[in-house]
Ligand binder design. Structure first.
Ligand SMILES: Nc1nc2c(c(=O)[nH]1)N[C@H]1C(S)=C(S)[C@@H](COP(=O)(O)OP(=O)(O)OC[C@H]3O[C@@H](n4cnc5c(=O)[nH]c(N)nc54)[C@H](O)[C@@H]3O)O[C@H]1N2
Ligand SMILES: Nc1nc2c(c(=O)[nH]1)N[C@H]1C(S)=C(S)[C@@H](COP(=O)(O)OP(=O)(O)OC[C@H]3O[C@@H](n4cnc5c(=O)[nH]c(N)nc54)[C@H](O)[C@@H]3O)O[C@H]1N2
Ligand code: SF4
Ligand SMILES: [Mo]
Length: 712
């Protein structure tokens, strides 16, 4: 096989055959060939074709994948470092030396005056494993700060907390994606894969049950759609488990052989009779019974959760309740069956394994575990006592910036929190209160636009590295085109900064060198990559972790024989329902829920700069039911103001029967939706309640509307 391996290969200009790589966006990591790169000449275009050898997409791509090349050479691209002379002066081009010197000297000054923790780092689940690993090491070793967390806290943290608790391992799908097609029935709770990973639909072949407050494109394909009230999935799961047990569907042999703790859970759901669950969730009893009957009668079945179930102040317990249901039905660890969560970001899985999370060290180790600290400190060549302890979670980190107890400098790699964090105007205020904000990005995102120093970086098709997809399969991202001159890789940026902070060694800019170190650091951990090499990934089209040695085949189905808990059994954990953090009332009478549409990715920093995607979804909107529109005197296309206790946002009204009367929906791809959202945090995972808060909806003030040229 013709591949270019480490390190950042010399310019291939132009590429004739095309390089086999993966999409820059979501966790499906669709395989694609990229050809026609023009060696970084601005204006050059590439051709993208889907790969057939990658099971996740098997020849398909979504609209975002097809158009992903647009951002490689477009005018939206940053190609020189930028800095401002003072907080109020504009960003101006500067040299790399000036930019990096400036960051290093400001960091040194701030740490000298205020301590090591005065400098914080914010990472992202789109970073390769190499970058995520290096960022965690950079924070702990070069900066010596405990203050590092990442956007995955807003994404996978509830599912991660629940799966660790139940199974002793957090691997999104603990089976290959092709197993999904083997399931006789799939229940998808709070996931809209038709918009968020369209090629996934090809793996949904049999009975589909969808739990979603909206009639999504995914729900339209379902055998059964449970239109749950936002924020009540936990009660629904308790009701379903109650029905499963009382109607004799619990697999007691499996429960006895492979689990612990069933009795306590059985007792805890005894009072969740179906009528009570119906009152809380709005889902009719008959539909709940039907769901249980379909799952239990299918022979093989899977329960999958998405962000709709997880992004709540009780997300970890909600996922636990669905795992309890899956365990009672005897699903996890059986072929064609199981529980899984659908990881979101491109490297949402690997990004949560190698140490950019506040409480974590590489290999999915705990930073509080003395043995883990000793091992990783050994690989890093430092004293374990020098490694800081756990820091603040993402929202708490952002919320305290520029305050007496929080950090005074922030370095952002791979996130746009001004748009994507909850209570975003408050977050923007905290960023504005910093002494130093540094952003590495390839476009001038809303967050980068606030920075004191902007570092222009390479992107997917211009670099090597590994990504771990939603199945836990480690993949190779190959360089297909040369970066424009003037940009540097994130690894080179970290290397340059580390050197200026007195760490000349241990921060290579070569992804191959970094991956080899990551392998050693992860050895013996839950997410053990020590047996994975670039060559193996290329030869085997991906390797499933854990792979503890080079001759280990990798682990597509880690739960088949035993669970990675001390006694080898999965754990039932009793949980109970609780109300949403902010319920509706007379002042704020509707639920707002938020999510995604096909054409845009996340904060939209990338996709809003791609003309074809922008045409498909040009502006912020709010979906509401015709009854609600009538009550508010709104027609489709009217501009409305949506307000919560935290702020307000403007959006175009879209009227649809496919939503509950009491609920409105806004995608968060534009600035606005997150000015409304509630940063109430899950006590275990520290996940914010993105998926439900109370809002008011009004026709937009016609005077204000005039300025935007949209008639009132
Ligand atoms: N097009 C596109 N695709 C993406 C992304 C993107 O930004 N755009 N992002 C990627 C990432 S990082 C992620 S995390 C995934 C997310 O993938 P999904 O989880 O599929 O995406 P969401 O749209 O956030 O939420 C899914 C559904 O949850 C529903 N929902 C809202 N509130 C509730 C509730 O209380 N209960 C239930 N049961 N459902 C509720 C919403 O109506 C929505 O249809 O997508 C990935 N793929
Ligand atoms: N209301 C609401 N808010 C949400 C959610 C929701 O459902 N509702 N979902 C949450 C979820 S699940 C997620 S994952 C977050 C995501 O939200 P963000 O963290 O803001 O994610 P992105 O928009 O992908 O931002 C990534 C930024 O990094 C840049 N970038 C991409 N790759 C790289 C790289 O390799 N290096 C560097 N240096 N930069 C890079 C991109 O250009 C972009 O500016 O949003 C969360 N916010
Ligand atoms: S589904 Fe995800 S990985 Fe596949 S092409 Fe679309 S955005 Fe890319
Ligand atoms: Mo996500």
């Amino acid at each position: 096989m013709l591949i270019s391996l480490s390190p950042p290969a010399p310019v291939m200009s132009p590429v004739h055959r095309g390089e086999a790589t993966h999409c820059p966006y979501c966790a499906l990591q669709c395989g694609m060939n990229v050809s026609g790169g023009t060696g970084g000449t601005p204006g050059g275009t590439v051709t993208i074709t889907p790969r057939h050898d990658v099971p996740a997409n098997a020849g398909a791509l979504c609209q975002k994948g097809w158009t992903a090349g647009e951002l490689l050479a477009g005018g939206a691209r940053l190609t020189t470092p930028l800095a401002r002379a003072s907080r109020t002066s504009p960003l101006e081009p500067v040299s790399w030396d000036e930019a990096l010197d400036r960051v290093a000297s400001a960091v040194r000054g701030i740490q000298a005056g205020h301590g090591r923790d005065a400098v914080a780092v914010f990472g992202g689940g789109g970073l390769t494993n190499e970058k995520a690993y290096q960022l965690g090491k950079f924070a702990r070793v070069a900066l010596g700060t405990s203050q590092i967390d990442y956007n995955g806290r807003f994404c996978m943290s509830s599912a991660a907390a629940a799966t660790n608790r139940a199974f002793g391992m957090d691997r999104g799908l603990p089976f290959p994606i092709t197993d999904v097609a083997e399931a006789g029935a799939v229940m998808l709770v709070g996931g809209n894969v038709a918009e968020t990973m369209p090629p996934f639909l090809r793996h949904l072949r049999n009975t589909l049950i969808v739990v979603d407050p909206r009639d999504t494109r995914t729900a339209a394909r379902a055998t059964l759609h449970l239109r749950v009230t936002p924020g009540t999935d936990l009660a629904l799961a308790l009701g379903l488990l109650h029905i499963a047990i009382t109607e004799g569907h619990a697999d007691l042999d499996y429960v006895a052989a492979r689990t612990t703790g069933f009795e306590a859970v059985r007792a805890s759901v005894a009072s969740w009779w179906p009528e009570r669950a119906e009152r809380v969730t709005g889902v009719p009893v008959a539909r709940m019974r039907e769901a249980v009957r379909l799952l239990a009668g299918a022979g093989t079945a899977m329960i999958l959760t998405g962000r709709g179930a997880e992004q709540h102040a009780k997300g970890a317990d909600t996922v636990t309740a669905y795992i309890n249901l899956a365990l009672a039905l005897g699903l996890p660890g059986r072929p064609g069956s199981g529980y899984g969560c659908l990881t979101g970001q491109g490297n949402g899985q690997g990004g949560r394994e190698h140490g950019q999370k506040a409480d974590q060290l590489p290999g999915y180790r705990s930073i509080a575990d003395p043995a883990a600290r000793a091992h990783v400190a050994g690989v890093w060549g430092v004293d374990p006592g020098e490694l800081p302890g756990p820091g603040r979670s993402a929202y708490e980190l952002l919320d305290t910036l520029g305050t007496a107890e929080g950090a005074r400098a922030l370095l952002v790699f791979g996130s746009n929190p001004v748009v994507s964090a909850p209570r975003a105007s408050h977050v923007a205020e905290r960023l504005a209160a910093l002494d130093l904000l540094v952003v590495s990005d390839f476009v001038l995102s809303e967050t980068a636009a606030m920075a004191d120093v902007v570092l222009p970086t390479t992107q997917w098709a211009e670099e090597h590295g590994t990504m771990t997809n939603l199945e836990g399969r480690v993949l190779l991202r190959r360089q297909a085109v040369a970066p424009p001159s003037g940009v540097r890789s994130d690894l080179a940026i970290l290397s340059g900064l580390a050197a200026r902070l007195g760490r000349d060694e241990g921060f290579s800019s070569d992804p191959g060198v970094v991956f080899d170190e990551l392998r050693r650091a992860s050895a013996g951990g839950v997410a053990d990559y020590s047996g994975i090499t670039y060559e193996r990934i290329a030869a085997e089209t991906g390797v499933f972790w854990p792979a503890p040695s080079k001759d280990h085949p990798g682990t597509p189905r880690p739960f088949l024989d035993r669970f990675p808990t001390p006694d080898g059994r999965a754990r039932f954990v009793p949980v109970d329902h609780r109300p949403v953090a902010e319920d509706i009332d007379d002042d704020y009478p509707y639920y707002l829920t938020t999510g995604r549409v096909l054409a845009h990715y996340q904060s939209g920093a990338q996709t809003r700069r791609i003309p074809e995607l922008n045409e498909a979804a040009p502006e912020a909107y709010v979906e509401l039911h015709p009854h609600l529109a009538e009550r508010l005197g709104l027609a489709p296309g009217d501009m409305v103001t949506v307000s919560s206790r935290r702020g307000s946002a403007e959006a175009v009204a879209r009227v649809t029967r496919g939503i509950r009367h009491d609920t409105v929906f806004m995608p968060f791809h534009w600035e606005g939706a997150n000015r409304l959202t509630n940063p109430a945090l899950d006590p275990v995972s520290r996940m914010p309640e993105f998926k439900v808060c109370a809002v008011r909806v009004e026709r937009r003030d016609p005077l204000a509307a005039g300025e935007r040229g949209r008639g009132a």
